[in-house]
Design a protein around this ligand. Structure first.
Ligand SMILES: C[S@@+](CC[C@H](N)C(=O)[O-])C[C@H]1O[C@@H](n2cnc3c(N)ncnc32)[C@H](O)[C@@H]1O
Length: 287
């Protein structure tokens, strides 16, 4: 198997690490996921003896890793962020931006996260979208298996400007430890979050273009993700009158409507007003 920048990788090694892909990135592109992470994982980071965060696949510039570090330092000054990349040239180019011990860059892939330590958080944004779908489950398993107990993998996709983003939150193991459940932020099971820049959103299903790899082809009748978008579009239409106040008020009403219908929506107006919706995933069967 050919590694475009580093010669040949043995097939097994390539499977374990993954393969370098296009490095597209941009400043502030991941602000929505970082804002969610800072809220969801702040208590987890503060409660950890070694609050290590891995940013897997930082791309052609280290800018979004630097931003992640700056944002998480606000909620946990002891945080340690390691940016990992499979592309050695990108690692070398990122190193001048390092601020050890808090922010460092290294060569690594899915299975090499462990070299950095046992992370409480892994952010892998716009990485798996470029892989074939059958590779995704294995990559999730590898990464969640390397997390510290109670840790969280955030894996998803966004557009170039970061105005539309969708990501999975996948906790290590099956349940969060009791102290985290008491904090009430990290979900006990997997979640899907949709986040949008509301002034430019015509209807919620526009977000479907940014679904993570495993859902992008499933937005068809009969599938959960289609049911979610259909219900959200209808709720958005019903909340049209709220648009005179603001798109934010309209989104809050639409998400509240979904919760009233029985969708397992997490959080409250504090999160919804940011244009977010987090739902337990997979959705339970309709009642
Ligand atoms: C599109 S860029 C994403 C950059 C940044 N995360 C963002 O969202 O803007 C994807 C990067 O992930 C890297 N990559 C792909 N598979 C990887 C893996 N298994 N481990 C580490 N990096 C990987 C690619 O080399 C590429 O630079």
């Amino acid at each position: 198997m050919v590694n475009p920048r580093g010669g040949r990788l043995a097939a097994g090694r390539a499977r374990a690490l993954g393969l370098p892909t296009r490095g597209t990135t941009a400043p502030n592109r991941l602000r929505r996921v970082d804002r969610w992470l800072a809220d969801a994982a702040g208590p987890l980071l503060r409660g950890s003896a070694d609050p290590l965060v891995v940013d897997l696949g930082f791309g052609s510039s280290p800018v979004t890793t630097v931003e992640l570090y700056q944002r998480l330092r606000v909620v946990c000054p002891r945080v340690r962020v390691v940016g990992l990349e499979l592309d050695l040239a990108r690692v070398a180019a990122a190193r001048p931006a390092a601020r050890p011990p808090g922010l460092t860059f290294d060569h690594g892939g899915f299975g090499l996260v462990a070299q950095a330590g046992r992370p409480v958080l892994i952010r892998a944004l716009n990485v798996l979208r470029q892989y074939p779908e059958p590779a995704v489950a294995g990559a999730w398993l590898t990464m969640t298996g390397l997390l510290a107990p109670g840790g969280l993998l955030v894996e998803g996709t966004c557009d170039e400007l970061g105005r539309r983003a969708c990501w999975f939150g996948r906790p290590a193991g099956t349940a969060a430890p009791p102290w985290l459940a008491a904090v009430g932020r990290i979900p006990a099971g997997p979640t899907l979050t949709l986040a949008a820049h509301l002034p430019s959103l015509r209807q919620p299903s526009e977000l479907a273009e940014r679904l993570p790899k495993t859902l992008i082809t499933r937005n068809v009748p009969g599938e959960n993700v289609h049911r979610l978008f259909e219900a959200l579009d209808h709720a958005w239409a019903r909340a049209a009158a709220r648009a005179v106040f603001s798109p934010r008020q309209r989104w809050i009403a639409a998400v509240g409507d979904l919760r009233m219908q029985g969708f397992p929506i997490r959080g409250d107006v504090r999160r919804w007003r940011l244009g977010e919706l987090t739902v337990d995933w997979p959705l339970p069967a309709p009642r």
